[in-house]
Ligand binder design. Structure first.
Ligand code: ADP
Ligand code: GLC
Length: 484
């Protein structure tokens, strides 16, 4: 199949969170399976020039409307067996921010979707599948059903993946006119929401098939609690909504070959993991204590991740239990401040690093005994899977992809791959941490057993890439019936 991915992030070029990782590794896996895959993504100012990247010979015209046809450039670069296409348009993407706090985000990403489709047509490469990711690509299926319907592009089936329903892309209605889309789309049955337009809603109404990144999240978002105001619409489209668990790029996340680590290790030889722990304790100024339980956190610091709950109980835990904590993250300034204060109050035992640092995130995954992820909701989550592959047991709340990937420990059975708690409150999280400490200090042989269980889990893309192929075929059948 010819597959066009439309994505605002592509690891390693641009990444705000797991979306960039997911799109990159799914693209590589599908291309590996013989499909012709192109991934269209902005050339942000922060992406370094490369001799491997070549410009399309002619400027590309973006047909927003009859009167507004700006030109942009598209750069092409091999991406494994796939092709990355970078959209250069500096007014919108010349800075380093992916989403940022910009007031023109509606126009920026309307332009982005239109440019992706116009480039296909001008390059005479008509995809079978247009696969958009989150609200930034929400207008692509809308275009295919309206302006492009009677053109060759209109034959393409669309698949829209929800990575996070909380961020929907709500903008002023003028975005519709800017995008050159018909006025009738401004109705509650299409894009209208709260007096503006909602780009996520466009993707959900108009795509042939919808996927989200775990089976449990696919069920959760049809409830009022997790539906972020779109539960009705998702129930309406339930027959076309599929939950497929994200895979992991195991070439990038493999403790036996990870170039970021001071020592390598595997499930059959864990000596290197002890070295990673000692080295990280030294590097971050923690007491070098091989036998103290080390807890890691690598996260965006926003409400979703539930880390405010941990900040609330951390002083008490640090006073009453034997543990060390290392946190790498950034986001909410107040929460950043609280974690910096915690580190100041517990020197040698609590380390906070504010920022985004890929190499350090690998070293934390490798060094720790436990990884904390008390998310209030988590569409999939990648870090809990990275943790397990690195023999670091995740402590998670039973939600979304966390519930689908972490098998809970029941004392005495030696089964499980982590600690799972149900309620996202102080008591739930405290129980999770205390359970981890019981496992570590009171049941060391079970701890070792769980570590190996976790490392032996298969989180590669094999099965999930096959499921995406299935959804693509299903979408194509439906589209060909609707538009022969
Ligand atoms: P989300 O996309 O909701 O943030 P995921 O678990 O799917 O959650 O993915 C987060 C990704 O971002 C992981 O690859 C994680 O390692 C990475 N990440 C998050 N914060 C940081 C940080 N401060 N430094 C380095 N990597 C980070
Ligand atoms: C979103 C979600 C996260 C998921 C990622 C990749 O950022 O918050 O749970 O793993 O997308 O799909």
């Amino acid at each position: 199949m010819k597959i066009l991915m439309i994505s605002p992030e592509l690891t390693p070029y641009s990444k705000a969170g797991g979306l960039g990782d997911m799109v990159a590794s799914l693209t590589l896996a599908l291309a590996e399976r013989g499909h012709e895959v192109r991934v269209f993504t902005p050339l942000y100012g922060s992406i370094k020039p490369s001799p491997a990247r070549t410009p399309h010979p002619t400027p590309v015209q973006v047909n927003l409307s009859l009167s507004d046809r700006p030109e942009c450039r598209v750069w092409r670069e091999s991406f494994g067996k796939a092709t990355a296409l970078f959209l250069e348009y500096n007014d919108y993407f010349g800075g380093s921010e992916i989403y940022g706090d910009r007031t023109d985000n509606g126009r920026r990403f309307a332009f982005f979707s239109r440019a992706a489709l116009d480039f296909c047509e001008q390059d005479k490469w008509i995809p079978d599948i247009v696969h958009g990711h989150d609200w930034t690509a929400g207008l692509a299926p809308v275009y295919l059903n309206t302006r492009d319907y009677d053109r060759p592009l209109g034959r393409a089936a669309s698949v829209f993946t929800i990575h996070n329903l909380l961020h929907q892309g709500l903008f002023d209605k003028s975005v519709l006119a800017y995008a050159g889309l018909p006025g009738w789309l401004d109705s509650p049955g299409h894009l209208e929401a709260l007096g503006g337009v909602n780009l996520m809603k466009g993707g959900l109404w108009h795509s042939t098939k919808i996927t989200t990144v775990s089976p449990t999240y696919a069920k959760e978002i049809r409830t009022e609690e997790f539906g972020c105001g779109l539960a009705d619409l998702l129930r309406h489209r339930a027959a076309d909504l599929v939950g497929i668990l994200n895979g992991v790029d195991t070439a990038d996340w493999n403790p036996a070959g990870d170039p970021h680590l001071p020592a390598r290790f595997s499930a059959t030889d864990l000596k290197g993991k002890a070295v990673c722990k000692a080295e990280l304790q030294k590097e971050l100024g923690l007491a070098v204590e091989p036998d103290t339980a080390l807890f890691g956190i690598v996260s965006r610091l926003w409400d979703q991740k539930g880390l405010d709950l941990f900040a609330d109980i951390a002083d008490d835990l640090m006073r009453n239990a034997r543990l060390q904590v290392v946190l790498l993250g950034s986001g909410d300034k107040a929460l950043e401040g609280r974690f910096l204060d915690l580190a100041a109050r517990h020197p040698g035992r609590f380390h906070t690093h504010i920022g985004f640092n890929n190499a350090l995130s690998h070293r934390i995954e490798a060094a720790c005994d436990f990884f904390l992820m008390p998310s209030r909701f988590e569409p999939c989550g990648l870090n809990q899977m990275y943790s397990m592959l690195y023999g670091t047991l995740p402590i998670v709340r039973a939600t979304g992809g966390l519930a689908d990937t972490v098998e809970p420990w029941y004392a005495g059975r030696g089964t499980g791959t982590g600690i799972v708690f149900k309620t996202p409150n102080h008591a739930g999280l405290r129980w999770g941490v205390e359970e981890a400490l019981r496992l570590y200090y009171d049941a060391p042989s079970e701890f070792k057993k769980l570590r190996v269980n976790a490392m032996k889990r298969d989180f590669g893309w094999g099965e999930s890439a096959r499921r995406y192929e299935e959804v693509y075929r299903w979408a194509l059948d439906i589209r060909r019936l609707a538009r022969p």
